[in-house]
Design a binder for this molecule. Sequence first.
Ligand code: ATP
Ligand code: MG
Length: 472
Amino acid sequence: MLKKISNIFKRNAKQAPNEPNTLHSGQHTLSAKKISSGARKVVEQLTDGGYEAYLVGGCVRDLMMGLKPKDFDVATNATPEQVKELFRRSRIVGRRFQIVHVRMGPEVIEVTTFRAHHNTKNSTKNGAKDNAKKSHRDKSQRSAKGMLLRDNIFGSIDEDASRRDFTMNAFYYHPHDNSVYDYANGLPDIENRLIRIIGNPEERYREDPVRMLRALRFAAKLGFNLEENTAHAITKTHKLLADIPPARLFDEILKLFMHGHALATFHLLRQYKLFDVLFPATAAALSKDPGYYLKFIEQALTNTDIRIRSNKRVTPAFLYAALLWPAVKETEQLFSQQGDSPVYVLQQAAGEVTTRQCQRIAIPRRFTLPMREIWELQLRLPRRAGNQAFRLMENKRFRAGYDFLLLREETGEIESGLGLWWTNFQDAGDEKRQEMVKKVQQPRNASRNKNRRRKKTAKPKPSTSPETSRHD
Ligand code: ATP
Ligand code: MG
């Protein structure tokens, strides 16, 4: 799809280093018609307001490759306040990285002000007034390890290009002149299917460790390879991911596993040891029993990919239930003592795993609660006698619990049979269902909550930090 055009751009000696390669109309496959009307209007209105404005990032990258963009992002030299003034239905969001969400009909367009480098010139001088210091802290702040805690220093388009993550993400498109501006020499990389971080890889990952996740997400989604230095630096910086605020990681994890290439992403995350940082308990279970647990997660992610690609709904609760199941199974072994009911042991293990995981990734309570219900249903689904099967079918999480059961059977954790029974039960009419229930033998450990008393003996100490409820 992409034309072989990079040799048009052999930079001539006179070209200034910060001048872009330009693809004029006819040299690329983009056209204003392929841009959403909302994004076009935003660019138009900014331009009419006397500002520079371009389509930028993934939308230009995807259109150059003949793919359908997920969303449309706009970059401008207008400050967030100026953008907000221009658009009635807009709001400034974010503190670390301030942007403006502009509403255009059903669309929300992200408008980003050109960013510049954070250098000594930009930093607050000693002796500056307190107010100046505070306002500067909102613009530029770094942690001791080099992470940018505030990234709001504004600049010009060429500076902005060098602040973006990968060369393939630094194309700027202007619908008026139908030209693509390539400031970071991204064209040859797209042609060679390479993900190359802009600037010094280690430094750029230190500034924002989420860039490591983004590199792997794009590699999985586009089928690209990581350029050598871009890949190698991850081996030095992967642990920094633990410093990212858990709420931001929650959003990033969903992007990683909900774009239709979850299985490929999972393999890359394991290869670069990022999975160990994100899901330490599951990673430990995987190294203990790579056979079954690996098969289980791979199957869960394969199913997720199939669902997403056929536009079916996937709930984060199910995804996390699967990703954390190996950790729950391992933790159950620590908690189980003779006499405790399986339900009690599962609840203890589930609580422990959830609390610990939420310290790293802030899974909102609206997902951890159904996730735990899916786990608990695994012990309830075998109990079908009397009215139990009918009642279970009315449970809000029945379908997810049943799918989870099928997954466990499919990957050999438990014997097949129960899943098929439930499949038939759902398909059967009322009379047949009654017949099926009559034939059911209650499982031996079904007496509810037998021996549920707490024991004060040597149980592992549950972690104390509360589960997050940020999104509640
Ligand atoms: P997609 O939307 O298809 O997932 P994208 O590349 O558009 O991919 P967005 O998260 O929408 O990703 O970001 C838009 C653009 O903003 C990116 O293409 C990139 O230029 C820039 N960007 C996003 N996140 C970062 C980051 N952490 N560091 C540097 N630049 C970034
Ligand atoms: Mg995007």
